[in-house]
Design a protein around this ligand. Structure first.
Ligand SMILES: *[C@@H]1O[C@H](CO)[C@@H](O)[C@H](O)[C@H]1NC(C)=O
Ligand SMILES: *[C@@H]1O[C@H](CO)[C@@H](O)[C@H](O)[C@H]1NC(C)=O
Ligand SMILES: *[C@@H]1O[C@H](CO)[C@@H](O)[C@H](O)[C@H]1NC(C)=O
Ligand SMILES: *[C@@H]1O[C@H](CO)[C@@H](O)[C@H](O)[C@H]1NC(C)=O
Length: 523
């Protein structure tokens, strides 16, 4: 009867999984024995040489207004780390005081496409070392106060160890200069702040409404569509969605003007590069971008720089065109901008982002690879320097899941908490045990040791090595057929070097029930 018991256990767990994910709506999520993480399966395809590194995603479920846990996957789509289950966005690796850290935003989403929250900074052992919050005299759409007002769109650490964050304020302006305008229009003012990461002290702030000479309200390309008559339904005229530090100050993406706006440190204008009309802005260019996201700066000198943007042209009237990544050589001596590199997805799978999206140059001095993340379309693509797709990733059904930004970083971490081991009997009547091992967030181990230890209070020094197993994905499992072992310790290693040791793992006892499975089947 025993083989039949195995089979039915297997069958039941398979049916359980189907019942859980069988709605047809839900993209399958991974499940583990060693913890409660439920990352969506990341489907990856490799079509060429890919850059090393790990994929950083905050999966957002389109059916809810929020995000889920920040999650890191490796280049094969295996989970490496999952953080807290909160509404999080803009998960990335940055440098703080010379060290790699990971950062993400969390808080209240769904505030007219913006949010109110704080930024978490974790070190390479996943300890939260700083939490950045923002307070000022903000007015909110519902008139209620919040504890902290950092918006979802940007949080960026500068080389000085400060952080730039975005924020919104609800205020009233006169829009009579527009055909559809009127005095007293409620609008979403877009602001950014530079704050001290250690103290949260505000060092600098800039508000679009205070700079109407730079951003005249008549130049917004975003229609009012009947908004602006109440505090709850303000007109979103600017939509500031990225702020990049630069040698002379800040480069700000004003999405609804199609502007890359370079501000001096004191907040005055240096120049504007417009993705729209050639005659708009200060730098004539052959670049075209619209409704853009994620403007970044590379290789900046006083005379030139490379400016990149995620081009969301798809929102324009007419048939949707795909979202592209553009890299523009900005020549400040000759005052020209020339597009020299583009990431266009393959015609066989054109990808659009209705909202959100990011464009990252990977290792930009060597391979020239680029990572495009398609925001509201739950896909990302890695391109090589010639603009060919070399890797694709998908983490949900299109129209269901999304991610504000997706990145690839060379992240290395060893957690401050120990690895986890779990032992389960294949059935409660047999001596065969499965041992599961994982270490949420560790990027450095490649094999596992399993030790038998005499008591629940033993240490690894009292142990007898039973098995060694190569690491296999996030969670490695091993068969154990040793009826005498009651307690285990698992150890994560890199080669022969020990990186971490679990707490003592109890092996569940064999059932003393007199009723056997055979009796159950007879009943
Ligand atoms: C927000 O707008 C209100 C007017 O609606 C204004 O009094 C307040 O100073 C603004 N806050 C900030 C931080 O700009
Ligand atoms: C300006 O344009 C000229 C002529 O095309 C070119 O030779 C020169 O290198 C450009 N200047 C810079 C700083 O790139
Ligand atoms: C930055 O400059 C380096 C050195 O000249 C060059 O190899 C690299 O391609 C440049 N990066 C970009 C993004 O243009
Ligand atoms: C790339 O090259 C530029 C120009 O030589 C240099 O300033 C920059 O530090 C390099 N960046 C990286 C990431 O190696």
């Amino acid at each position: 009867m025993r083989p039949f018991v195995y089979l039915s256990v297997l069958l039941l767990s398979t049916l359980g999984a189907l019942a859980h994910h069988g709605t047809g709506e839900e993209w399958p999520a991974q499940q583990f024995e060693t913890g409660t993480w439920t990352p969506p399966y990341l489907m990856v395809g490799k079509l060429g040489e890919v850059n090393p590194g790990n994929i950083f995603i905050n999966v957002r479920n389109a059916l809810e207004d929020g995000g889920t846990a920040p999650t890191i996957y490796d280049n094969d789509g295996e989970m490496i780390w999952q953080g807290v289950q909160r509404k999080t966005m803009d998960f990335k690796m940055q440098k703080l005081f010379g060290k790699d850290v990971i950062t993400y935003w969390d808080g209240e989403t769904g505030v007219l496409g913006y949010g109110y929250g704080s930024v978490h900074v974790l070190d390479a052992s996943y300890k939260e070392i700083y939490t950045v919050t923002l307070q000022d005299n903000f007015v909110t759409p519902d008139g209620k106060k919040r504890d902290t007002y950092v918006d979802v769109h940007e949080h960026l650490i500068t080389p000085k160890g400060t952080m730039i964050v975005s924020a919104i304020n609800i205020t009233q302006v006169d829009t009579s200069m527009r055909p559809e305008g009127h005095p007293g229009t409620w609008i979403i003012d877009c602001l950014f702040y530079e704050v001290d990461i250690k103290t949260n002290e505000i060092l600098f702030s800039w508000a679009a409404t205070e700079n109407q000479d730079i951003l005249p309200l008549g130049a917004s390309k975003f229609p009012m569509w009947g908004s602006g008559f109440s505090q709850e339904s303000p007109w979103d005229c600017y939509h500031m969605n990225s702020i990049q530090y630069a040698n002379h100050g800040y480069v700000v993406s004003i999405r609804y003007y199609w502007y890359a706006l370079y501000l001096h440190h004191d907040g005055t204008k240096r120049w504007i590069l417009s993705g729209g009309n050639r005659d708009e802005g200060d730098i004539p260019n052959d670049a075209h971008f619209a409704w853009q996201h994620d403007i970044r700066v590379y290789n900046e000198t006083d005379d030139s720089m490379v400016l990149t943007a995620f081009n969301n042209d798809v929102l324009n009237e007419g048939p949707p065109s795909e979202s592209t990544g553009v890299a523009i050589n900005v020549d400040l001596k000759n005052m020209t901008g020339v597009t020299f590199r583009q990431a266009n997805s393959h015609f066989s799978d054109p990808s659009f982002a209705r909202t959100q999206g990011s464009f990252q140059l990977l290792d930009y001095n060597t391979t020239g690879h680029m990572l495009m993340s398609y925001g509201s379309t739950c896909k990302w693509k890695e391109y090589n320097g010639d603009g060919k797709v070399v890797m694709t990733g998908q983490f949900g059904y299109v129209g269901h899941a999304q991610a504000y930004r997706t990145f690839k970083f060379p992240w290395h971490a060893i957690p401050h908490y120990p690895p986890t081991g779990v032992a389960k009997r294949i059935s409660e009547y047999t001596t065969d045990v499965l041992v599961y091992m994982s270490w949420n967030g560790c990027t450095e181990h490649d094999n596992w040791n399993i030790y038998s230890v005499p008591t629940a209070h033993s240490t690894i020094e009292d142990g007898t090595l039973l098995h060694n197993h190569a690491k296999k994905g996030f969670e490695t499992h091993a068969d154990l057929r040793d009826p005498n072992t009651k307690h285990l310790i698992v150890e994560a290693l890199q080669g022969t070097k020990s990186l971490g040791v679990s707490r003592v793992v109890e092996i569940p006892p064999i059932s003393q029930d007199t009723e056997t499975p055979d009796d159950e089947w007879k009943a």
